[in-house]
Design a protein around this ligand. Structure first.
Ligand SMILES: [Zn+2]
Length: 96
């Protein structure tokens, strides 16, 4: 069983969490001013990284809060978790 460390609750089983997609996406201040291609890219295009990836997660069956995590997509290991609004932590090895 995969354990995910909620930054508010600690280690909990994976089934308590919901994946929320790529982290650190910035929504345009006024989306109505964007052209169709830029808006489409914001809605649907993601980086699809092989390796360390910053993701949003929600502890749905726990505290209900969103948080961010760095996960290695090749190993499925969580390398770091951090609260929403905190900067992405730097990892040893310079992959931040
Ligand atoms: Zn939690």
């Amino acid at each position: 069983m995969l354990l995910i460390a909620c930054p508010y609750c600690g280690n909990r089983p994976e089934i308590e969490f919901s994946y929320g997609g790529e982290a650190h996406l910035v929504r345009a201040a006024n989306p109505a001013l964007l052209d169709d291609q830029t808006w489409t890219d914001f809605l649907y295009m993601r980086s699809n990284t092989k390796g360390v990836y910053a993701e949003r997660w929600r502890h749905v069956r726990g505290c209900g809060r969103f948080f961010n995590a760095l996960r290695d997509t090749t190993t499925d290991h969580f390398l770091a978790v951090y609260k929403t609004g905190e900067p992405r932590p730097a990892l040893d090895g310079g992959d931040a």
